[in-house]
Design a protein around this ligand. Structure first.
Ligand code: ZN
Length: 73
């Protein structure tokens, strides 16, 4: 299995999906768990990964938008 590749059963359509942990981007992350949005067909999964790159939790998001807080540049 390739480094950083994770498998999970999609809670929406019950298919087994594989997704790659963005390990380059994770090197910049200092606080965990970090939420990683995995797009799967017409829905999205929010996967929470801890500092050991273990899947801590999964949430289903039918759709998502990226929001910026006001004080962010
Ligand atoms: Zn799915």
């Amino acid at each position: 299995m390739a480094e950083g590749l994770k498998w999970l059963q999609c809670p929406v359509c019950k298919k087994t999906i594989s997704w790659k942990v963005p390990d380059q981007a994770l090197k910049k992350v200092t606080r965990f768990p970090v939420a990683i949005v995995v797009k799967h067909e017409d829905h999205n999964l929010v996967c929470y990964v801890d500092s050991h790159l273990q899947l801590a939790d999964t949430e289903v998001a039918a759709a998502y938008l990226e929001g910026k807080s006001k004080d962010e540049d």
